[in-house]
Design a protein. Structure first.
Length: 328
């Protein structure tokens, strides 16, 4: 195994966004555990949710007075093919686990366990890849080390054969932590705790961007428009507020919205050409989907009929008049 350098973070940076009572509890617990040594072990330092959590969690734990370390497995590429099956199998897929895969898995865990030559107060093993390390160590023979298995995936309906193999390893731990109580499978004989995933509000991916920064970023990928992040949750509300209309997009550089309308029977648009509707200049009909599923770009000579679904580009102030043209 090898150590991951996480740099430094300060809990003080979070005091303006964390409730005071929660921050006081963190300070109190940090004082109680001051000087305790914690080791986190997982499969990789990059590319996964566990790594993202640990890059924030480990330096913050150090900041409150504990001595936290993070190490990742040393393993050949084929080991990760085996443990990918673990992830799939624990999440309910039927998987094969032949004897050669079992031997490789155990050998890698045995080799990495041999690298644990110093004692810790707590060892936190993340997910199934390093799970069997606990089977090959002697650090906790005097019960001075607490071993905790942190499972980040839903294992409520695991592949029976794989789970039968892994369950004895899980039950050798002193406790297990799951993201949700519903993710815990049957058969555990150790204490189980539920802890939601930690999200760093100050991480770059979670920071709010200015419109200018957002436009710059999306343009690097050849995108000149983007969906509003609120659109998904707002659509259901808008269908009721706007009488059958659902806003599906907004443009970053303007207040133009993209809306969809279903033409109602007996409306002024039913059975008429688009050119004859005399819509506002700020309204553009983009496409129409017929009831038989066919679609076409809207032109002035396009004939609209009841039941057609029309995509409309407009400013919000033109929405009421536009809706009137499609409603009976």
């Amino acid at each position: 195994m090898h150590e991951v350098n996480v740099g430094r973070k300060s809990l003080a940076d979070y005091r303006s966004i964390v409730p005071k009572d929660l921050m006081a509890e963190i300070d109190e617990l940090g004082e109680l555990l001051k000087g305790r040594q914690v080791l986190h072990v997982n499969a990789t330092a990059f590319g996964g949710g566990v790594a993202e959590i640990l890059y924030t969690l480990v330096p913050l734990v150090n900041d409150i007075g504990l001595e936290a370390h993070w190490q990742v497995l040393t393993a050949p590429p084929e080991f990760y093919n085996v443990t990918k099956n673990f992830h799939n199998g624990l999440q309910g897929h039927a998987v094969d686990f032949p004897a050669e895969s079992q031997a490789l898995y155990e050998e890698v865990c045995r080799t990495n366990a041999a690298a644990l030559t110093r004692p810790y107060d707590f060892v936190v093993i993340h997910d199934p890849q390093p799970l069997a390390i606990r089977d090959f160590v002697s650090l906790s023979q005097d019960r001075s080390t607490w071993w905790i298995w942190r499972c980040h995936i839903d294992t409520s309906t695991p592949d029976p054969g794989l789970y039968e193999y892994l369950l004895p390893s899980i039950n050798r731990y002193d406790a297990a932590v799951y993201t949700l109580a519903d993710y815990v499978p049957e058969g555990l004989t150790i204490p189980v705790r539920e802890i939601a995933p930690t999200i760093d509000p100050l991480a770059p991916k979670n920071m709010q961007l200015s419109p200018e920064d957002a436009r710059y970023i999306v343009r690097q990928f050849g995108i000149d428009a983007a969906l509003s992040p609120r659109t998904a949750s707002a659509n259901a509300v808008l269908r009721h507020i706007r009488g059958g209309t659902a806003s599906v997009a907004t443009f970053l550089e303007s207040d133009v919205e993209v809306n969809e309308f279903v033409i109602e029977a007996g409306s002024s648009a039913d059975g008429r050409l688009v050119a004859d509707l005399h819509l506002r200049h700020s309204v553009l009909l983009g496409a129409v989907t017929r009831q038989d599923g066919t679609a076409e770009i809207v032109r002035g000579h396009t004939l609209l009929n009841a039941g057609d679904n029309v995509v409309v580009f407009s400013r919000p102030d033109a929405l009421a008049v536009t809706r009137k043209a499609f409603s009976a």
